[in-house]
Design a protein around this ligand. Structure first.
Ligand code: 3PG
Length: 405
């Protein structure tokens, strides 16, 4: 029996569909323009199918997290989606207020709108059960106006948030085409990966990376973990290297006492399987300088070093499965994109099964013209990591529960 409904299970003609997508994109820090729109392109097939089948499509999405610089409006996303879909997707600057409800009620057959960043709602990010989330205003206000809920947000399926788990409690629900594709492709690969397996991790969320490393090594899913980017800097700090004031400012939010303790434990117990860079690229007065981690010049550490890249590329070359999530350095600056580019190229050269995920990493691979060289490119970062470890994805669990009900 199928575990969840797909778009094939419902008739959407003249029906209102709440469609949750993940179009959280890397933004330019100065202009807030989208640096990469891959996630928007990937949800176009679902939106197109729903409008072509006569649906009235209400899109829910997020960008960034409250308090972060990239917590931004979705009006630019609507313009990009309009371009790829070839028909207007109107941006509505409201989620559950009068303006939003009016826009949903006024929607006509075969049209789509995009509501305001759903993380503007304070309860969206609160940790609650599906049943509790189903009682939140977002669900109680929007669900009565809709016939179906479709979740195509694979990249954020590891979060148990209101817009992701609340609706299947009260509406017939299905996975969208992107979610379906990701789940099918990844299940077939990660049930039994070929060893040696190498995980290359650089994600900006250190606590997520720590959990992933611990579990991947404990379960034997990963034989080696190569730490790059922010994850490497955090570990280097924990090992006692002095990275300088500017690097520490970038790490500050991630280095909670719990994270430091967990990182220490991992290094103590599994250190031989965790590979850290022994040299790094430092921004010295606007120019890159490579230096050993024990002897760094003043300036922020913005990439792994060239000699470490060589070593890591050799490890990748000897693997049968390679998974990379998170860039190795500040890819927006050409000279600090070196580590990311070289590691991606090492993966592209290898005949192992190669899997790339995470918005920034996939964006970098696209700019380098490498995406066609990998075995699979996922739109997800954190959700992919969760999936790879065999942990349940709350948004998918919610869809399965509603299928059973
Ligand atoms: C992502 O980019 O990983 C997803 O959109 C989830 O974002 P989050 O880590 O802020 O929940």
């Amino acid at each position: 029996m199928k575990q969840f409904n797909t778009l094939d299970d419902f008739d959407f003609d003249d029906r209102t569909i709440l469609l949750r997508v993940d179009i959280n994109c890397p933004l330019n820090k100065e202009t807030l323009e989208l640096e990469d729109d891959n996630r928007i392109r990937q949800i176009v097939p679902t939106v197109r199918e729903l409008v072509d089948r006569g649906g009235r499509v209400v899109i829910l999405a997020h960008q960034g997290r409250p308090g972060d610089w990239d917590f931004a409006s979705l009006d630019r996303h609507a313009a990009v989606l309009t371009k790829y879909l070839g028909q207007e997707v109107r941006y509505v600057d409201d989620v559950v207020g009068e303006e939003a409800l009016k826009a949903v009620k006024g929607l006509v057959r075969g049209r789509a709108i995009l509501l305001k960043n759903v993380r503007e709602l304070p309860y969206e990010l609160e940790k609650k059960s599906m049943q509790e989330h189903a009682r939140c205003e977002l669900v109680t206000k929007l669900a009565p106006l809709a016939d179906y809920y479709v979740n195509d947000a694979f990249a954020t399926a590891h979060r148990s948030q209101c817009s992701l788990v609340g609706f299947p409690e009260v509406l017939p629900s299905a996975v969208g085409r992107l979610m379906e594709k990701e789940l099918t492709a990844l299940s077939s690969v990660f049930e039994n990966p070929e060893h040696p397996t190498v995980f290359v991790l650089g994600g900006a969320k250190f606590d997520d990376s720590l959990r992933l490393i611990e579990r991947a090594l404990d379960r034997g899913t990963a034989d080696w973990v190569i730490c790059v980017g922010l994850c490497a800097n955090a570990f280097l700090h924990v090992r006692g290297y002095s990275l300088g004031k500017e690097s520490m400012e970038l790490l500050e939010a991630e280095l909670t006492p719990e994270a430091i303790e967990q990182a220490r434990k991992l290094l103590r117990e599994r250190g031989e399987r965790i590979l850290l860079p022994f040299d790094v690229g430092v921004d010295v007065g606007g120019e890159r300088r490579d230096a050993l981690v024990g002897d760094l010049p003043c300036g922020p550490v913005l990439d792994i070093g060239k000699r470490s890249v060589e070593k890591f590329a050799r490890v990748i070359g000897g693997a049968r499965t390679v998974f990379m999530s998170g860039p190795a350095g500040l890819i927006e600056k050409e000279e600090f994109c070196y580590g990311t580019r070289e590691l991606l190229m090492a993966m592209a050269r290898s005949d192992a099964f190669t899997l790339v995920g995470g918005g920034h990493t996939v964006g970098a691979a696209e700019r380098l013209g490498l995406t066609a060289k990998f075995s699979y490119v996922s739109t997800a970062g954190g959700a992919l990591e969760t999936f790879v470890l065999g942990k349940p994805l709350p948004a998918v669990e919610a869809l399965k529960a509603c299928r059973k009900a």
